[in-house]
Design a protein around this ligand. Sequence first.
Ligand code: V0D
Length: 247
Amino acid sequence: MKTEQREYELEAAIKTEKVPRHVAVIMDGNGRWAVEKGLPRHEGHRQGVETVRSVVRHCSEFGIKVLTLFAFSTENWKRPVREVNYLMSLPVEYFKTELDELMSNNVQVRMIGDKKKLPRRVQKAVDDGFEATRNNTGMILNFALNYGSRQEIIMAVDGLLSDAKEGRIKGKINEKTFSRYMYTAELPDPDLLIRTSGEIRISNFLLWQLAYSELWFTDVYWPDFSKLHLLEALYEYQNRKRRFGKV
Ligand code: V0D
């Protein structure tokens, strides 16, 4: 079947049911995509930004409230220095080319992760992007940057302990109190996790928040992830929910 026709059918089907509120994505396979094409790895990352643009546009059109993209993990510092440097140029470039469209699509940008250990210019790009879009009321585009889930949990425990020492905690700790100390404090948990590039793992991403999420994996490399793949993930999500609802 022609791609456009399949997209049209899926889109029509998706619009008849609730879309997930929060979609989280592990954008894997950029390097592999490039190497298989005989290109340097950074070409894969560059192409990956194009996919980010398309996914942001389509998620926002579908009325998804939060899109969390895993852009850089706490483990990614172990990559070659040149590759890390290239990756660190992407947030700055991103806002240069994308800010206009983010504004016209009413998208608000945020980040989760250990910001203080990022290069100054990356911190500034993220802060400026946040400031520029803070009054936008549409989709929240949440970049996980220098993010590791165990690090986040330890940070939360640390924050909780220091509040406890100051006598700011009354009664027992429950899931709700604990969640307030996480980076994702004001966000709903992801309803759907998408991981590209064939790995069937969570890899230290949102361990606490993904407790009840639907997980969807594809062999497609992130630079090749198209509207059709997004529609397939959303369609599958809605059908799993429907089956589950009927018991
Ligand atoms: C490379 C594919 C956007 C995945 C997408 C620093 C890996 C392109 C951002 C970005 C990366 C981050 C924060 C922000 C605005 C944009 C980004 C990194 C990598 C790591 F506020 N794409 N992107 N950041 N890639």
